[in-house]
Design a protein around this ligand. Structure first.
Ligand SMILES: [Zn+2]
Ligand SMILES: [Zn+2]
Length: 437
């Protein structure tokens, strides 16, 4: 078991590094995405890939002949030449710098190449000493952004490490203990004594999930079967909408998926909801018009671009999305990735008020890399009358098991089942999704 975990992990790490190197060196983004998916798939593969014959490697989801060739090469030689070649092209430290929030691939290459900066500490020093300004294209604005990024990386480092150190199958109580130790507390403790706070077992379904129609790695029937094993009463499939260009969604693909999902309804005890994850455009509009949106059972809407908008513009953007009569849930609301991407700047009170007024839920995204809405904000949103959806945003079978992270965050924020729409019976949930229609 230990050995098996290690070769799968080794290969996954190399494929992930290859994807990162491709991203850094301006490689084709579809190709980059394919390697990311393959890395995820290999990392979570239940069998020992050291023992699979070369010709059968393509049975691993997301592994085509080219990636299978690289896996076979690794097993034979202990290395992948394509990865070594790309490594040699990139100055030391660039890969690491690209992960600092606010730096990005192009700037990471410049900084590492021209200043010889190889660590976050050196980057901090280069900004503060004014050395960064000697690099073309860097001024006060980029200095400020990079320092803010370093602050996020540093301040979230302890939480990120503690979450990463949790074993697979960590319990809600384990996760709650991490939050209690690393997240600034609100009024959570007080409430616990008076109310029965929501627990994972109270959740009746997952309202934000993906399949291999977009960037998930598992088929629609595969995801549904795994969800059913979790004992859910209902389950929403919400693949990405077309404005996230990389996902190559079309109206036809979405409608074909809906037919496939309706056809599967008879073979599961769960109620299947056909949904989508819309993209909230910089002006607050979404991918499709009212007419097309009316065909969905549920719409999640998320910010996937223009993260750097100023506070007033970002607030208007969120309010417009909440006011859309077809938007039910704001997905991963602050778009933060713990230690990797700072939260967007918005007037949270205005966001909460708009959600409460329009019957739009805020998501508690249960992914341990996100935990967004961040736990420290949940209590204030509840006070403002917001309802919540606790979702895994699953792209794989492993992701479906992350619900305890969301449940622990909800408990940290003092939520009861009354606050959480996916703790409600189907009829009540459906009424909420109608937004007063
Ligand atoms: Zn999203
Ligand atoms: Zn998603």
């Amino acid at each position: 078991m230990g050995l098996m975990a290690s070769i799968n992990e080794e290969v996954a790490a190399l494929l992930r590094e290859y994807a990162e190197l491709l991203g850094l060196t301006g490689g084709d983004m579809f190709r980059t995405r394919n390697y990311e998916r393959a890395a995820k798939s290999v990392g979570g593969y239940p069998e020992d890939i050291g023992a699979i014959p070369d010709t059968a490697l393509t049975k691993i989801p997301g592994v085509g002949s080219s990636i299978a060739g690289k896996i076979a090469e690794y097993r034979r030689t202990g290395t992948i030449k394509a990865v070594d070649d790309l490594r040699a092209e990139v100055p030391p430290g660039a890969l690491l710098l690209a992960k600092v929030p606010g730096v990005g691939p192009r700037r990471a290459l410049q900084i590492a190449g021209q200043l010889g900066v190889t660590s976050v500490g050196e980057l901090d020093e280069a900004v503060r000493s004014g050395r960064l300004r000697s690099v073309a294209g860097f001024g006060p604005k980029s200095e400020e952004r990079i320092l803010r990024g370093i602050a996020v990386a540093v301040s979230d480092a302890a939480l990120r490490e503690a979450l990463r150190a949790l074993p697979d199958g960590a319990t809600e109580d384990d996760i709650y203990a991490v939050l209690a130790a690393h997240v600034p507390t609100g009024a959570a403790g007080e409430r616990e004594r008076e109310h029965a706070l929501v627990r994972g077992k109270d959740l009746r379904g997952d309202l934000h999930t993906h399949t291999d129609l977009t960037d998930g790695i598992v088929s629609l029937p595969g995801m549904i079967a795994a969800a059913e094993q979790r004992g859910y009463e209902y389950y929403a499939v919400t693949d990405h909408a077309p404005n996230l260009v990389m996902q190559r969604m079309t109206d036809e693909k979405m409608l074909a998926q809906r037919d496939q999902l309706r056809a599967l309804a008879g073979s599961t005890g769960m109620t299947l909801l056909h949904g989508t994850e819309l993209n909230i455009a910089p002006d607050g509009s979404v991918d499709w018009d009212e007419d097309f949106l009316s065909g969905f059972d549920i719409c999640v809407a998320s910010v996937h671009s223009s993260f750097e908008q100023d506070r007033a513009t970002m607030t208007k953007r969120f309010v417009a999305a909440a006011e859309n009569p077809r938007v039910n849930v704001i997905g991963h609301p602050l778009t933060r990735k713990i230690g990797r991407r700072p939260p967007v700047e918005a007037d949270l009170d205005a966001l909460y008020a708009a959600c409460a007024r329009t019957g739009t839920a805020l998501e508690i995204n249960a992914s341990p890399d996100r935990m967004d809405l961040p736990p420290q904000h949940i209590a204030a949103a509840r006070e403002a009358g917001v309802k919540f959806a606790i979702d895994t945003d699953a792209h794989s079978l492993v992701d479906l098991t992350h619900m305890p992270y969301g449940a622990a965050a909800a408990r940290f924020g003092g939520l009861t089942s009354a606050d959480v729409i996916n703790a409600w019976p189907l009829g009540r949930l459906e009424e909420f999704l109608r937004k007063g229609r």
